[in-house]
Design a protein around this ligand. Structure first.
Ligand SMILES: Cc1cc2nc3c(=O)[nH]c(=O)nc-3n(C[C@H](O)[C@H](O)[C@H](O)COP(=O)(O)OP(=O)(O)OC[C@H]3O[C@@H](n4cnc5c(N)ncnc54)[C@H](O)[C@@H]3O)c2cc1C
Length: 309
C-alpha cells in the first residue's frame, strides 16, 4: 500500500514543484543524491574511488516534455563525461532515454544519445542505459540492440529487471549478442500481467537470471542490496570458478555502505550508482517506495539532530 502510494507520488510533477523548496525534503533527498551540481557529484565519486569503489554518475531527470530540455540534459551528460576524464575518475555514466526525448521524438533521442556515446567513446568511458517502466521496455531494447550495440559495442550497456515476466527471453537474446547487462529487480509500479507481484517470485527470477549472466554473459553487473541474493552469487561464482574480474556488484549511493565495503574487502569489484542534479523527486519517491521505513528512520535522525543543535 505504502509502496504504491510512493510510486504514485513519483509520477506527480506538480507535487515536486511544491516539494523542491522544502528544506526537510531536500535533507531527505541528500541521503540518496550526491548534491545538485557536477562538482558535488565529483566529490562523491572521488570519495568512493579513494576506497577502491567505482561509480556510475546519473544526471537525474526523466520523462522530459520539451526538446530544449532533452538537448540541455544531453549537453550536461557530455560535460559530465569530460569532467570524469579530466579528473581521471573510475566512473562511467548511466542515462535514462526518456530524459533524452524518447517519448517526445525518436530522432531527437537518437541524436542526443549519439552525441553522448560518441564523446564517451572518444574519452574511453562507457554509458549504461537505465531501464524505465514496462511501457518503454520493448522500445528501449529495440533501440539498444538495433541502433546502439552494433555501433558502440562494449561502450554501451543495458539494464534488465527481474520482476518482468519477459526477462528470461530478453536475457537469452542479450547474452547471444554479447551485450553488457546490469540485472536489477525493477523499481516501477507494474501490472501483474507483466511483472511478478510477489517478492519471492522476483527473487527467484533474479537468481535464475543472474546465474545465466554469470555463466554465459559478458561482464554482467549484479545490482542488488539483498544480502541473500549477494550470498547466492558469491556461492555460485565460487562453485563455478568464475573469476572476480568477470562481473561486478553494483549498489545505489547511500544504501548498504557496509555491504559495499564487505564486498570490496573480499576482493570483488563494486560500483556505486551516484545520482545528482535538481530533478531528484521521482528518484527519491522510488527509494522510499522500496523501503518505507526510510521515512521513519530519516525523520528520527532529523529530530535527533535538531534536538542536539
Ligand atoms: C546500481 C543499481 C542500478 C539500478 N538501476 C535500475 C534501473 O535501471 N531500473 C530500475 O527499474 N531499477 C533500477 N535499480 C533499482 C532496483 O530495481 C531496486 O528497486 C532496488 O535496488 C531495490 O531492490 P534490491 O534488490 O536492492 O533490494 P531489496 O530486496 O528490495 O532490499 C534488500 C535490502 O537492501 C536495502 N535497501 C534496498 N532498497 C533500499 C532503499 N531504498 N533504502 C534503504 N535501504 C534499501 C535494505 O537493507 C533491504 O533490506 C537499480 C539498483 C541498483 C543497485
Amino acid at each position: 500500500m505504502l509502496r504504491a502510494t510512493f510510486l504514485y507520488l513519483s509520477e506527480q510533477p506538480r507535487i515536486f514543484a511544491f516539494i523542491r523548496g522544502n528544506r526537510l525534503a531536500r535533507r531527505l533527498a541528500s541521503r540518496f543524491v550526491a548534491g545538485e551540481t557536477i562538482d558535488s557529484a565529483v566529490t562523491a565519486v572521488r570519495e568512493l574511488n579513494s576506497r577502491g569503489i567505482a561509480a556510475s554518475l546519473d544526471l537525474l531527470g526523466e520523462s522530459v516534455t520539451q526538446a530544449d530540455e532533452a538537448r540541455s540534459s544531453a549537453a550536461t551528460v557530455v560535460q559530465t563525461l569530460e569532467r570524469i576524464s579530466a579528473e581521471k575518475l573510475d566512473c562511467n555514466v548511466s542515462v535514462k532515454l526518456t530524459q533524452m526525448g524518447f517519448d517526445l521524438d525518436h530522432g531527437l533521442c537518437v541524436e542526443n544519445m549519439r552525441r553522448i556515446l560518441d564523446r564517451g567513446r572518444e574519452l574511453g568511458i562507457s554509458v549504461r542505459i537505465d531501464m524505465e517502466s514496462s511501457t518503454h521496455t520493448q522500445r528501449t531494447l529495440d533501440f539498444f540492440e538495433q541502433d546502439l550495440l552494433p555501433v558502440y559495442g562494449d561502450r554501451v550497456g543495458i539494464v534488465i529487471q527481474s520482476y518482468l515476466r519477459r526477462s528470461a527471453a530478453d536475457i537469452d537474446r542479450l547474452i547471444g549478442a554479447r551485450a553488457r547487462v546490469r540485472l536489477c529487480k525493477g523499481a516501477y509500479q507494474e501490472p501483474a500481467a507483466v511483472a511478478f507481484p510477489d517478492k519471492a517470485d522476483v527473487n527467484r527470477s533474479y537468481m535464475e537470471l543472474i546465474e545465466k549472466l554469470l555463466e554465459r554473459g559478458h561482464q554482467p553487473a549484479v545490482a542488488t542490496h539483498n544480502p541473500a541474493l549477494i550470498a547466492h552469487v558469491r556461492r555460485f561464482v565460487e562453485a563455478k570458478g568464475i573469476a572476480a574480474d568477470r562481473f561486478e556488484f553494483q549498489m545505489l549511493y547511500g544504501i548498504r555502505r557496509d555491504l559495499q565495503e564487505d564486498l570490496r574487502r573480499a576482493g570483488f569489484r563494486v560500483r556505486v550508482y551516484v545520482p545528482f542534479g535538481t530533478y531528484w523527486y521521482p528518484y527519491l519517491m522510488r527509494r522510499l517506495a522500496e523501503r518505507p521505513a526510510n521515512v521513519a528512520f530519516i525523520l528520527g535522525n532529523l529530530v535527533k539532530e535538531s534536538l542536539r543543535a
